[in-house]
Design a protein around this ligand. Structure first.
Ligand code: ZN
Length: 474
């Protein structure tokens, strides 16, 4: 991140000055001060002046600016913030880099416990546990895209009123699937099956109405034959569900795996394709249809990578402080077990997962270059190895493998992901927006992996989490 972008005159002079005072290599003293601040979260939002940091606002590199926060929102942002109240608390982040809190469009909460998964884990305590994990890793808004239990609705409003309970939560309720099909009840451990599984278009409309009345934020459909192993949702059913949802003013996101269903869903007016197309290259007709309709595409490249990444690279746990911070102890112990790793890598599943990642990356590149709107999600939290919080940082890195610049990847995961959800109060750092941001120890615009170097997380104007090494998710 350059300290001088947007400055019209004397760029070299400004470069020299700012080089000295801020964007790189903080002095030891500055580092210690910031670390001390990071270790003591401030419970009360109040009025705060954030100073000295290089700020990426979700769209642009602003260079070194100050941000005045009041009552959880950004009141002013710029190189010279005026009218700072005498009693404003000042926080010096010299040498640090600020980015908006990440916004996930596709994740799950309270679907896991240690190395197990299933709907029996959907409890109030586990929802909060997972939202705190997301938050500690810099994801300050989470869309729980299906498989939510009944406790979701009451809890969402409570969580959204209190940032100390974790990331802001939106969700799709249980979601809408197919009898004896996706989401697979046995594989997903759905003993109480939160998904509705309509058999007729009328039942599909009724399912949407029921979920709308319960207060969902977005409708989730599963349209996948699970590799030819299961019945797929019929077009008349998803068309009825989409029509009903739109009549009620709700967005609809569809789980897909293959090109065929993706194309027909786009034709049916789906708003969000919630996974990448992984069976074959996308074609010109899909590209044109998605561009023409403004359909969102969420690649979730990490979903398949997670099947082999940790088994193939056990050294990641040592190399990646953010992974250590994100891993529940039981899952870490599993990743460190040679027998488990060998079992994961046996069979043909890994070759398929790798092929899916390559197809997904190639399709993402095609769609992004064509100007299709890209959302941000990973499916983290659905299964234990889809590691909450870390999956999101990997996804950013994978996006750069598909041709995104670090800036484009970050814009997708902040501004664009908020736009997908229709949230105009977040996703960028600007006057009037929520003060949700992540404090980084290194420049994410020069290396996207620096999004993991988290020194603090702020949500709704208060520091809610500290440096990554101090975070314990268990
Ligand atoms: Zn999912």
């Amino acid at each position: 991140m350059s300290a001088v972008s947007g400055r019209a005159s004397h760029p070299l002079l400004f470069a020299a000055l700012f080089w000295l005072v801020g964007c790189t290599q903080p002095s030891a003293q500055q580092g210690d001060e910031a670390a001390a601040q990071a270790a003591s979260p401030e419970p009360d939002a109040g009025v705060v002046l954030i100073e000295g940091a290089c700020v990426f606002d979700g769209e642009r590199d602003l260079g070194i600016v100050s941000m005045l926060l009041r009552d959880g929102r950004i009141e002013a942002i710029g190189p010279d913030v005026e009218s700072v109240p005498e009693d404003a608390r000042r926080v010096d982040y010299s040498g640090r880099y600020l980015v908006p809190g990440l916004v996930s469009n596709h994740a799950h909460v309270a679907n896991t416990e240690g190395t197990e998964h299933g709907d029996r884990f959907y409890t109030r305590g586990n929802v909060i546990r997972d939202l705190r994990r997301f938050q500690a890793l810099g994801v300050t808004t989470v869309t729980a895209l299906g498989l939510n239990g009944d406790v979701f609705h009451a809890l969402r409003d409570e969580v959204n009123a209190d940032p100390s309970l974790g990331a802001s939560l939106l969700g799709a309720g249980g979601g809408i699937g197919v009898a004896d099909g996706a989401p697979p009840a046995t594989n997903m451990g759905l003993e109480h099956d939160p998904a509705l599984r309509p058999a007729t278009p009328d039942e599909a409309r009724e399912a949407v109405r029921r979920q709308a009345e319960a207060g969902i934020d977005i409708v989730k459909l599963w349209v996948d034959d699970l590799g030819g192993e299961a019945p797929i949702m019929r077009p008349d059913i998803y068309r009825a569900a989409i029509e009903e949802a739109h009549a009620l003013g709700l967005l609809v996101a569809a789980h897909i795996h293959d090109l065929g269903p993706a194309k027909d869903l786009v034709d049916a007016g789906i708003d969000v394709i919630a996974h990448g197309v992984r069976d074959r290259p996308v074609d010109a007709a899909l590209v044109a249809a998605m561009r023409g309709r403004g359909t969102w595409y969420m690649p979730t490249v990490q979903i398949d990578e997670a099947n082999y990444l940790y088994a193939e690279q056990p050294g990641l746990i040592e190399q990646e402080p953010a992974l250590r911070a994100a891993l529940p102890q039981a899952v870490r112990a599993q990743f460190e077990e040679a027998g488990w790793r060998a079992q994961q890598l046996a069979g043909d599943g890994i070759a398929k997962a790798k092929a899916a990642v390559q197809t997904n990356l190639a399709n993402l590149r095609t769609l992004h270059e064509a100007g299709v709107r890209i959302g941000f999600g990973t499916d983290s939290g659905a299964l234990p190895h889809r590691v909450i919080g870390f999956a999101e940082h990997r996804e950013l890195e994978l996006m750069t493998q598909a041709g995104f610049t670090p800036r484009q990847a970050l814009t997708t995961a902040t501004r664009d992901a908020a736009t997908l959800l229709g949230l105009d109060d977040r996703g960028t750092l600007a006057p009037g927006k929520r003060a949700d941001f992540v404090v980084l120890g290194a420049d994410p615009l020069s290396d996207i992996r620096n999004t993991r170097r988290i020194e603090a997380v702020w949500q709704a104007g208060r520091q809610v989490s500290g440096a990554i090494g101090d975070v314990a998710v268990d």
